[in-house]
Design a protein around this ligand. Structure first.
Ligand code: DOR
Length: 426
């Protein structure tokens, strides 16, 4: 099977390719990239006026499978991923049971075999995510885990977090930290500030995030280990990470499109689809996130895709935190960052493909000849996001009704088209 992608703007930061050319896929692999490929083919994609890039990789999604499949499952979650241009997603361990054992990893990998995106399990750092006993990282890695995180909460015991980072470093595996001190959060549901006061709801103090970010960096610096900071939302944490990077600390970090676009003012509508943790912050924080993307403090963009059912999200004050994001991540980031003249398309691909692959130490994130043909084709095109476009089982998106400037046209996984915008639902 040969697919020829014609006249696209090939954008591959990993190989320094940024030019109009053809790309030939043969038997699931990238066979050739050059101008005017004249070989025969079975299928042709006219990519004139479109960008052809390595498939996006999301380092942070919640697929809810096993155990919470009324919200999402591996198949619906990866369908949403394909529609968003993703060819790989790393799934967080807060499932039922928690991903802290070989059987659950095997279940996920088996179910993901024919899915529309590669699924990379992230195992928990501690048993049951209880913060009491560390997992056997080497055994879980051998079973297929690519990284470790207790996402949803930090490892509260700093000594245990230090041990986890030292063991992970010795195995060259990443630890992803959810930086929120739960004692400081103390039942808060949105950012602590004017808006929480106005609404009369308990706030989440920003020091909950900044204090754990600073702690993780102190551990990384003191022990010469690495840390990846998840979903950064505060100006304080952006600054702490920027300074640490300048000193040579081995820290990487991600933010998510909602922190680039919204502030806690949105919460005045009392719509739980704007509630997540960490929460939407203030304009000063939003600006700091944008600046951190522009100056290279941020290494990647994640969705923190966190599906919850409409019933669960119905009550603004009682709803669980989390929003879906796979179908809108590229479009929102392209609109805010590329159309907003903050970064180039090339840098966006680095943030969504190249760097997540590097951090997770997985294949992909490049268009190298001979590698799997995991590809996204996108275009500068206006469209409005409605419930119709949602492949996820849940609908808890704050982006509903928004018009974006960038559209995923095709997603290709191992040389097979997993999403075709011209034939929706493919
Ligand atoms: O908003 C969030 N939802 N943040 C998290 O860290 C966890 C996630 C979830 O699992 O729903």
């Amino acid at each position: 099977m040969k697919i020829l992608i014609k006249n696209g703007h090939i954008t591959d930061p990993a190989n320094n390719i940024d030019k109009i050319a053809d790309l030939l896929i043969e038997n699931g692999k990238i066979a050739e990239i050059k101008e005017n490929i004249s070989q025969s083919y079975d299928e042709v994609i006219d990519a004139e006026g479109m960008f052809v890039a390595p498939g996006f990789i999301d380092p942070h999604v919640h697929l809810r499978d096993p155990g919470l499949t009324h919200k999402e499952d591996i198949i619906t979650g990866t369908n949403a991923a394909a529609a968003g241009g993703f060819t790989g997603v790393a799934c967080m361990p807060n499932t039922k049971p928690v991903i802290d054992n070989e059987e659950t990893i095997k279940y996920i990998l088996d179910k993901a075999k024919d899915a529309k995106a590669k699924v990379y399990p992230i195992a928990s750092i501690t048993k049951g995510m209880k913060g009491e006993e560390m997992n056997d990282f080497e055994a879980l890695y051998k079973a297929g885990a690519v990284a470790f995180s207790d996402d949803g909460r930090p490892v509260e015991n700093a000594a245990m977090q230090q041990k986890a980072m030292e063991v992970a470093e010795s195995l060259n595996l990443p630890i992803i930290s959810h930086c929120e001190d739960l004692k400081i959060i103390n039942g808060g549901i949105i950012n602590k500030g004017e808006v929480s006061q106005k609404l009369g709801v308990k706030g989440m103090d920003r020091t909950s995030e900044d204090s754990i970010t600073a702690r993780e960096i102190a551990i990384a610096e003191g022990t010469n280990t690495s840390i990846h900071i998840a979903h950064v939302s505060t100006w304080g944490s952006v600054g702490i990470i920027r300074d640490a990077k300048a000193r040579g600390v081995k820290v990487t970090c991600e933010t998510a499109p909602h922190y680039m676009i919204f502030t806690d003012n949105e919460l005045l509508k009392e719509n739980a689809n704007f509630r997540m943790s960490p929460p939407l912050r203030t304009e000063k924080d939003r600006q700091a996130v944008i600046k951190g993307i522009a100056d290279g403090t941020f290494d990647m963009i994640a969705t923190d895709h966190a599906p919850h059912s409409p019933e669960e999200k119905a009550d603004f004050r009682k709803a669980p935190n989390g929003i879906i994001g796979l179908e809108t991540s590229f479009a929102a980031a392209y609109t805010a960052l590329v159309k907003g003249k903050i970064i180039s398309v090339n840098r966006l691909v680095e943030l969504m493909s190249t760097n997540p692959a590097k951090m997770l130490r997985v294949k992909g994130g490049s268009l190298s000849v001979g590698e799997n043909a995991d590809i996204v084709i996108f275009k500068d095109e206006k469209w409005t996001f409605t419930e119709k476009e949602i492949h996820s089982k849940s609908k808890n998106s704050p982006f509903l009704g928004m018009t974006f400037d960038g559209k995923v046209k095709y997603t290709i996984l191992n040389g097979k088209i997993t999403y075709n915008d011209c034939e929706k639902g493919e």
